[in-house]
Write a protein that binds this ligand. Sequence first.
Ligand code: WT7
Length: 651
Amino acid sequence: MTANARFPVPPGVASKAHINATSYEELYRLSVESPEKFWDKQARSLIQWRSLWRKVVSWDFAQANVQWFVGGKLNVSENCLDRHLLHRGDNVAIIWEGNDPQDVRRITYRELHREVCRTATLLKKYGVGRGDRVAIYLPMIPEAAICMLACARIGAIHTVVFAGFSAESLRDRINDCGCKLLITANEGVRGPKTIPLKETSDEAVAACPTIKNILVVRRTDTPCSMTPGRDISYEEELAALGDEYDTAVESMDSEDPLFILYTSGSTGKPKGVLHTTGGYLLHVTATHKYIFDIKEDDIFFCGADVGWITGHSYVVYGPLSNGATTVMFESIPTYPDAGRYWDVVERHKVTIFYTAPTAIRALVKEGDHHVKRYDRSSLRILGTVGEPINADAWLWYHDIVGEGRCPIVDTWWQTETGGVLISPLPGATETKPGSATRPFFGVQPVVVDEGGTVLDGNGVTGRLCIKYPWPGMMRTVYGDHQRFVQTYFSMYPGLYFTGDGCRRDEDGYYWITGRVDDVLNVAGHRLGTAEVESAIVRSGVVAEAAVVGIPHDVKGQGIGAFCVLRDDAGEGIDLVERVVRSVREVISPIATPDALWFVSGLPKTRSGKIMRRILRKIGEGEYAAVGDTTTLAEPSVVEEIVEVVKRSRDV
Ligand code: WT7
């Protein structure tokens, strides 16, 4: 099988799908020729509104102002819960698969509704209301989804922080958006490890003046310290509440904030991506329904953590809005062994499975027998997200996991886009391994060259921009609208710039080639080079650092760090350890460098700018391709760096 193979839509899939090739073409044309008409209709049929809008969309990319369903009123929690109670209240909303495969919980829509209402009542009791920010630092347990929905119910804005982030990262996020309450657990369990979440939370909030209370969920029997007057036990409060809870929902404006999620950029600290209510909910509901071809009896399993946008949109909001059954997975793909995903698929009869290329590559290495010993006949559709997928991994996923039977949807999107923008539709789109294929309804991608000239026609390569708003797009960077304008709308005026490079092939298919800015994608996790460099310098032993992405066969991209030691750093093995420890403490273990090179200087221009292009080439092992170094202040450092890197790779 060659890498430019094509996979037609299986006829049995097309005939039963919501959208087939003909209806895709028709609807896509309508969605770009008359976007307001298209989205108006979708909004009426997919979402329950308390009152309708005055205007479908109002937008101005120059000022970065976008509003959808202006004046409309709704509540996200009501859409995800209450509206399903009449006809599918006893359907399972969440199948929770705990770290231990024996540990399973099934929660119906009726039960979930009750828990969300109880939690909302509790939040109100502690003074949380409309517009207040709540930080959620929880493992993948049902309470994470319950707390998100409880916030949405009362109009509070949640900011979920991935439970793998350090105390310092948690603190920065809480302080940036001024959270009133933090929700955490005593500890988390993930694979063979336990994670001391309450301890980390205590450390974080020691310098968070806006936090009034910490609500602590008990995940394990391990005791944790509780500060009287500040810390509250979730279970004790709920027990005291009994059935005395409030089922009211806040009527939210379509443009009221729903959540803030922090993500890394090419400069500075992570930014608070703000998503609002109506547009976001419609976007995730529509994409989830059409891209995964969701039907009432589907069991949808997205392996992402709710700490990332994929978890928000496709573990919680999209599936629950559609009334589907969503699997929440607490563990990791290799625990207790590399067959875990397929064990979950067999036991819960998963019909749609969605994961990241890095997980697929890690499992390819473990061998096919881990897959084949489980029954995967329930699977109907497979999805990937997070980074470009190499053809080998795609073909393995297709042939081994999906037994050649299941279409793969390679979904391209970003934290900023809220939901998927480019992806095949399983009943409509012929796929090509490695291509995210065609735009979703209403999405108008353009390819531009570096100077911003729009490249028309097919067979072009450049940078990916979007020229028309879509409902799920972010509305601002929390507290810094100027940064929103600057980052996304100033590079190519009139266009939203994604930061990704891409090719549109002869058939009009999109191939995302990866970031063109200083953002790394390490095992599907997004990290800024500047952020990692600053964490390295914080170790106290490094004077200056430059970080580049290096090829890594499982992570896709690894982190290569070139470090100039301080004169007073001393020598020895613990220098590496100090750098690594600093990165883990300042950011998270996910930012740990894969290669560390101590060098005596970095290649800089005469004006002092680090030439990352050169370091990237060296990191990739393309020593001869460093190109012209004559403009450097000190060309000789390049030879030294090449020697250091080569030597490290010889051993
Ligand atoms: C960046 C966004 C969207 C949820 C997970 C990541 C890369 C994402 C694909 C894909 C090629 C992809 C892009 C994008 N990316 N999906 N299917 N093919 N690249 O969200 O952390 O905001 O990262 O992930 O480079 O810009 P994120």
